[in-house]
Design a protein around this ligand. Sequence first.
Ligand code: NAG
Length: 448
Amino acid sequence: MVRYLSLPSPCWVGPITFLFLPLPKKDGSDKRASLTVVHKHGPCSTLKLDKAKAPTVDEILEQDQSRVNSIHSRLSKKLSRDDLSASKDSTIPAKSGSTIGSGNYIVTVGLGTPKKDLSLIFDTGSDLTWTQCKPCARSCYQQKEPTFDPSQSTTYSNISCRSSVCSQLTSATGNTPGCSTSTCIYGIQYGDQSFSVGFFSKEKLTLTSTDVFNNFLFGCGQNNQGLFGGAAGLLGLGRDALSLVEQTASKYGRVFSYCLPSTSSSTGHLTFGKSAGTSSAIKFTPLSKSAQGSSFYGLDIVGISLGGRKLSIPTSAFSNAGTIIDSGTVITRLPPAAYSALKAAFRQAMKKYPSTGALSILDTCYDLSKYTTFSIPKISFSFSGGVNVDLDAAGILYAQKTSQVCLAFAGNSDDSSVGIFGNVQQKRLDVVYDVAGARVGFGPAGCT
Ligand SMILES: *[C@@H]1O[C@H](CO)[C@@H](O)[C@H](O)[C@H]1NC(C)=O
């Protein structure tokens, strides 16, 4: 059992957007770049950008379901070309009111010469990096930093429609590129009505003062709408050739890791490079074949334990559709049979606490407002390769108030939908993406 002496402050759960700040390198010979992770929004944030517009937990969970629906469509290839071009259309409005892309993480990078700092949402579930660009020919949403202006950079250039990299957009975005006065045009959409369309370009990208990439391919967005909050765009860390991971492969060897902190007052990290995850505490599970050919990183869950006891879940429940790990999905989605077993065991272990109503997609909630001390059962995930990962206490519950504290898992609606290991469950773990070694690693308490 994980025992709390008192209820943590509300900011330990709830809106979880992080800001990645460059960290000075300790050792110049080290072939990696490390960035510090802190909370960007939420009750304890010191940044408090646009606090009035911060979404409720309900809105975050609703947006999370949109992302999951989109992932399910992409992986089951139900999305037709017609659907794609329709959602690219500029007449589709972004959802109002949810202007902060919560449940996402922000990394600050430098673009152009002279370099301009831009806060981008980082996403292991997509590939193309893009930022809003002047003159915003059709539309730009409000962002925190000044909008990137390619005309003020000496290192910017457009990609021609005839270039072979232009055709790579098809796999990176799922959309065939367009052509406008010989400039390659990209379009990408994210299933929750968010999209970006603009010029496909190359530019100097500065991750840290010593880690600079010339000719980084990115989207210079001229028509952008959606739930990106104050972020200037998106940083794609998926598996496609156009992702940051592939474009920086010669320097970082297709290895990166991160740790998402459990509270807004603590810090985590995002690290690129071969020495990420060399600690012996990191245990690796093979990247699974199930999500191969997509942007996603697949892994195989083989079992779940609660309170040290393995739940009775047929292995086929997991192998049916497979599982992906995603930095952008908030709540872990399990196959129906696995979620039922987890929920039943959790309810049994928590039966002395008064239960309360559902919170959006979360159906196992408790009113803990009268308790100063409470215990929750330990939950561990077993992945193929004999890897057992104990979730951090912060990775089990989700709530914004003590009167409604919920089990932070949800079931998929059917067995054919892919499972998703979401970012609440990844909290405080060191998560290592070793794409070159075709494996994903987990280590305990990588940050606080
Ligand atoms: C990039 O292409 C667009 C569309 O053809 C054009 O308006 C713009 O001036 C070009 N920018 C540069 C720097 O060539």
